[in-house]
Ligand binder design. Sequence first.
Ligand SMILES: Nc1ncnc2c1ncn2[C@@H]1O[C@H](COP(=O)(O)OP(=O)(O)OP(=O)(O)O)[C@@H](O)[C@H]1O
Length: 390
Amino acid sequence: MTSTTEAPAEATAARRGRLRLNGVRKALGGKEVVSSVDLETEPGEFLTLLGPSGCGKTTTLNMVAGHLTADGGVIEVDGRDVTAVPPHRRSMGMVFQSYALFPHMTVADNVAFGLRMRRVPAARRRRQVAEVLEMVGLDGLAERHPRRLSGGQQQRAALARALVIQPDLLLLDEPFSNLDAQLRVRLRDEVAALQRRIGTTTILVTHDQEEALAVSDRIAVMADGVIQQLDRPREIYLRPATDFVARFIGEVNALDGTAQGPAADGYACRVAGRTVAATPAGEPPAEGAAVRLYVRPEVVRVGPGGVGSGGVGPGEVGPGEVGPGEVGAGGEGLRGTVRETRFLGSRIRCVVATPAGEVRAALPFDARVPAQGEEVTCSWRPSDASLTAR
Ligand SMILES: Nc1ncnc2c1ncn2[C@@H]1O[C@H](COP(=O)(O)OP(=O)(O)OP(=O)(O)O)[C@@H](O)[C@H]1O
């Protein structure tokens, strides 16, 4: 996709597209599949609904689009209540997993369809279609029929068709799922870059965690019809607020302990007889409360064990290891014995058996590789780990 074309939506879109859902509910087949969803976007934001199959994300998107009517709650766009407004009067562009192009129409006619429905005069229609096709990298294919396009090209055409009407909201329902792995990543990155340039508020539905982390300003993680956590990708990843979020996205070390109290950096807990720290995901727990820490393998540092309270002694410190003085901020760290190390290319996987259970670390590829059986201390910065009530 080119970055030189003036997008037709450029001038106005950035100020439009504040979506608000308040208490939105939907039952299908006698079962509540979306339960009281609240969320609000900033104009121009890229927000992703992420969750496993059946969690209610498509149903939520379809209520935003107007293809399904909410059983309760309010949907507003820029302060206007659209809950009962039919889809064609909502100013929303939608892209589906299955492309959903009209097979008997050329790319240009497919893209022009929404403009024709809106009775845009022919000359302006042609100009807008040409602009948007260039924007998505399809100029030159305007007269092709969909069956003569690759999957990626069909999805670009679907995107052009959604964008040409300069919608208040761009709604993307698993748009990359039918593409092969390489193309999926390429198109996803292109769409993210295009979205940032034209500033159209975008809601993406996906079950792909990496995709959500890569493209979103914020992610709403859904399970069983409920938003579990709504936050920026870094917070969702490093500071999961619930057990579901922690386990649905990537690999995580879940460590059970007892709350001790606020520490200089984070909140101290006792885990298997050692003091470690993390950042409370919500309200700080009461002293003595049962807590669970979530620590991603990437943030675990593996240092030499057995020296000083932190188990850290002087000597060489490589990436992924702990330097003297660093452990103090996060507590003592957890001592353990290296069970396994494995070179994985970009990372070294290291499994440490501790009294609190196995701790998995993903060390940088050039870190010192601890030997199997070595006594080590696992630690992390408290700001990189999450603390929840158990
Ligand atoms: N028309 C329908 N009638 C009855 N149940 C439905 C209907 N449509 C969806 N459901 C059910 O509602 C739940 C939520 O569906 P939804 O499509 O919103 O989930 P999703 O998170 O988007 O999952 P997927 O990625 O598989 O589409 C599912 O359990 C699904 O089986």
